[in-house]
Design a protein around this ligand. Sequence first.
Ligand SMILES: CC(C)(COP(=O)(O)OP(=O)(O)OC[C@H]1O[C@@H](n2cnc3c(N)ncnc32)[C@H](O)[C@@H]1OP(=O)(O)O)[C@@H](O)C(=O)NCCC(=O)NCCS
Length: 153
Amino acid sequence: MIINRIEIRDIDTVASLHKNNLISPSSKIGKSYLKKLYAILLSDPKTHVCVVASKKGEIVGSVIATKDLEKTNKLLRKLISLSTILNTLKALFFGKVTVQELVKRFIFEQTVLKRYPKPYASILALFVDRRHQRLGIGRSLIEFILKKLKKWE
Ligand SMILES: CC(C)(COP(=O)(O)OP(=O)(O)OC[C@H]1O[C@@H](n2cnc3c(N)ncnc32)[C@H](O)[C@@H]1OP(=O)(O)O)[C@@H](O)C(=O)NCCC(=O)NCCS
């Protein structure tokens, strides 16, 4: 298993893996939303560590972290577009996500930002494909990201 930086060409695969393995409001809003989200995170490599674990050339897991959650949240405001609003409304309409879930997520993010001093590093996403879970990949990804974040200190 090898761990590499996520490249632009990986975004489609990573968005699919995220959607299928990580239950979160973002996954429920849909893959196109996730693709935009990853494109934004990759656009600022000084703030984000975005890596994938691959086995025999196949991406099997990923971890994304930020060294400055406040900056990331500001960047992610770019996600607010007509298509995101429509996708969110669609997810709400079809009962994939509830207003409570979205509000809970928003409150959680605001609480974290208020409670911890800036800059606050945080893991934004961690997932391993179901077929490859319980084989130590999640642990390797976390160990990798912790080393990277420590270097940034
Ligand atoms: C959580 C997740 C990333 C773990 O990845 P993984 O490759 O299966 O994990 P590992 O094999 O490296 O296991 C690491 C440790 O976590 C434990 N673990 C893994 N999955 C577990 C689970 N579902 N419940 C309890 N413990 C679990 C393992 O036992 C291991 O501990 P040990 O070394 O003391 O035995 C993976 O299960 C996943 O993608 N889950 C869905 C998404 C998710 O919940 N992400 C985390 C929240 S953002």
